[in-house]
Design a protein around this ligand. Structure first.
Ligand code: ATP
Length: 250
């Protein structure tokens, strides 16, 4: 169980997450435009940012946890503990039971050979594959995965979808890629907009939704630039085809 209550984060004095609340016990997507705070939420869960309010992993306040081996993230900043990928796998196999066999099987499936390479020296798509496999090779219970489809071709996007379905019992998967959403129709998604988290709503319902002005009963109501909008299943309103065009729609 992952719970956030009145979670607030300031970076260099600027509020980035504002009164964020959630309670999840399965895997959910986090969607939203650039700069809305999605990665910040994952950084908080990874213990990289201080926060106000509360975040609990399995009932224990995150700021009181020094080691949580069943949590994994693919954020690159978590993997500055070694230069070469095989050394990272070896360290992870000691500290959180990453299986070297699972990692090399994942590399074979993805057709990526990172041996002898620092993940940061890989191509952008290879890097996405390697950091996400590093996060998942320990079969974590809780995952915090950032943009796992970024720079991947169609085959590897399909493979990534399978990995994300197979690994991790609960957690957040951040993506801004609308074209993969139909593959996650039965998952739930939160929306992050201007540092506020909305939802969750079922991805399939979200894909059928349009955005209209004002507050509508029974819908997810979001605030954009100080005005309220609702997500409703309807013929009226604007279809959201690209999160980064949200501000063009309203
Ligand atoms: N270390 C930092 N210093 C200054 N500003 C920061 C820092 N980290 C994050 N921010 C700011 O916080 C806001 C939220 O950033 P975040 O990376 O969480 O957004 P995001 O929703 O993941 O965006 P994207 O989809 O573009 O990755 C942005 O305006 C970003 O510039």
């Amino acid at each position: 169980m992952i719970e956030g209550l009145s979670l607030q984060v300031k970076v260099k004095g600027r509020p980035i997450l504002k009164d964020v609340n959630f309670k999840i016990d399965d895997k959910v997507l986090v969607l939203g435009p650039n700069g809305s705070g999605k990665t910040t939420l994952l950084r908080v869960l990874s213990g990289l940012y201080k926060y106000e309010g509360s975040v609990k992993l399995n009932g224990v306040e995150l700021r009181n946890i020094s080691d949580f081996p069943s949590f994994s993230s693919n954020l690159p900043e978590v993997y500055h503990i070694a230069m070469k990928t095989e050394d990272l796998v070896s360290i992870l196999s000691e500290i959180k039971e990453c299986s070297e066999d699972i990692f090399s099987h994942m590399m074979n499936e993805a057709g990526v050979n990172p041996t002898g390479r620092n993940p940061s020296s890989l191509s952008l798509g290879e890097r996405t594959v390697v950091f996400t496999a590093l996060a998942l090779c320990s079969k974590p219970e809780i995952i915090a995965i950032d943009e796992p489809f970024e720079n991947l071709d169609k085959r590897r996007k399909g493979l990534m979808k399978r990995w994300l379905s197979e690994y991790g019992k609960e957690g957040f998967v951040v993506t801004h890629e609308m074209n993969v959403l139909k593959e996650f129709g039965s998952w739930k998604a939160f929306l992050m907009i201007e540092g506020r988290l909305y939802g969750p709503m079922v991805v399939g319902d979200f894909l059928r939704s349009k955005i209209v002005e004002g507050e509508r009963d029974g819908s997810v109501v979001i605030e954009i630039a100080g005005k309220l909008y609702s997500l409703i299943v309807s013929n009226e309103g604007q279809e959201i085809t690209d999160w980064n065009r949200l501000y063009d729609l309203v």
